[in-house]
Write a protein that binds this ligand. Structure first.
Ligand SMILES: O=C(O)CCC(=O)C(=O)O
Length: 325
């Protein structure tokens, strides 16, 4: 029986959780999904934005969710110089952490869509922020306490010429043996972002669909990124403009893209990915063909930076992945 909102906060939360669970199960969305209580630090204080049961239900229904109040504009502004320096100094190029997402890497040319993996390895400041703590807190509320930070990346769309991010599903990048199935990305702009500067766009509800066939952009396996083979139906396409300090979260199955940056300033995004371990029967056993055929300069640089033993192990892994685990 539903109680009124005169109930104590903990009881109210429990009611909200039950209501959200009913809503989730009622509309056929992932029924195993559980709403997790607000995240607190060691002193018992709440960290970052506290999601409501309605937001949780919206995320499970739509496959994406805007959340405000992760950080202040002052904190975001204080990160910009360090973020830009990472790209101008081409940090991580030699080890393959920096590359072009949608074109072949050419050291003599400007990258059309520069992407950097694990940028906080080069700029630890990124991890020492309210923004970072808020993202973790949101991820824990959505995925529960067993979550793992599986990805950190930065995508800087250059002013006036940053290329579009093609339509794709993050699940298409998954590899056998990863042991993860339920994954989310928390996408945080370091300035206000709108359609003209390349905000994120989602196909609402595509998180309930299957994984579609992907290929490399221009069908060129020397390019790192992936795109859907068949362009999606745009009937339910939703652009998500955001102010700095807010974020949009998406599920790894949700179809998404971002337009080109036509603004006169870079479009800086900082993205954290979280996942929870899957049951063995949910694991991917064989590499997807679009990943097996990849032969990128980024991979070559990464291999060259490894010890000979690690390099041989990586090559063996790639061979095995083609046969299935
Ligand atoms: O920032 C972008 O342009 C795309 C980001 C994206 O595809 C992702 O975070 O999964």
């Amino acid at each position: 029986m539903m109680e009124t909102h005169d109930a104590p906060p903990a009881r109210r939360l429990q009611q909200d959780i039950m209501a959200a669970t009913e809503q989730i199960q009622g509309n056929g969305a992932a029924s195993a999904a559980t709403f997790h209580p607000p995240f607190t630090d060691s002193s018992g204080s709440a960290v970052g934005p506290q999601l409501t049961a309605q937001q949780f239900a919206d995320f499970r229904r739509d496959g994406y969710l805007r959340v405000d109040g992760l950080s202040s504009r002052e904190e975001i502004d204080s990160l910009i110089a360090a973020y830009d320096r990472l790209f101008t100094e081409k940090r991580g190029w030699e080890s393959g952490a920096l590359f072009d997402m949608v074109a072949r890497d050419d050291p003599k040319k400007d990258l059309s869509l520069p992407q950097m993996l694990w940028p906080s390895r080069y700029e630890p400041l990124l991890r020492q922020t309210r923004l970072y703590a808020s993202a973790y807190s949101i991820a824990q509320q959505l995925l529960g306490p067993k979550l793992v930070n599986v990805l950190e990346h930065a995508i800087s769309k250059p002013a006036g010429r940053g290329a579009a991010t093609p339509w794709h599903q993050d699940d298409a990048f998954s590899r056998p043996g990863s042991g993860f199935v339920e994954a989310i990305s928390i996408w945080m702009p370091l300035q206000d972002v709108d359609v003209g500067s390349g905000c994120m766009q989602y196909i609402r509800g595509s998180n309930h669909g299957r994984l579609f066939d992907h290929r490399s952009p221009n069908n060129d396996p020397r390019i790192h990124g992936l795109e859907l083979v068949a362009p999606p139906d745009l009937t339910h396409c939703v652009p998500v403009p955001l102010p700095a300090g807010s974020c949009v979260i998406h599920h790894s199955r949700t179809i998404h893209s971002a337009g080109p940056n036509t603004a006169n300033h870079p479009r800086r995004a900082y993205i954290l990915g979280y996942s929870v371990q899957s049951k063995p029967h949910q694991r991917i056993h064989k590499d997807y063909p679009w990943n097996l055929e990849k032969q990128t300069a980024r991979d070559e640089r990464e291999l060259a930076a490894m010890t000979p033993l690690r390099r041989s192990w990586r090559r063996l892994q790639k061979m095995i992945r083609g046969y299935g685990l």
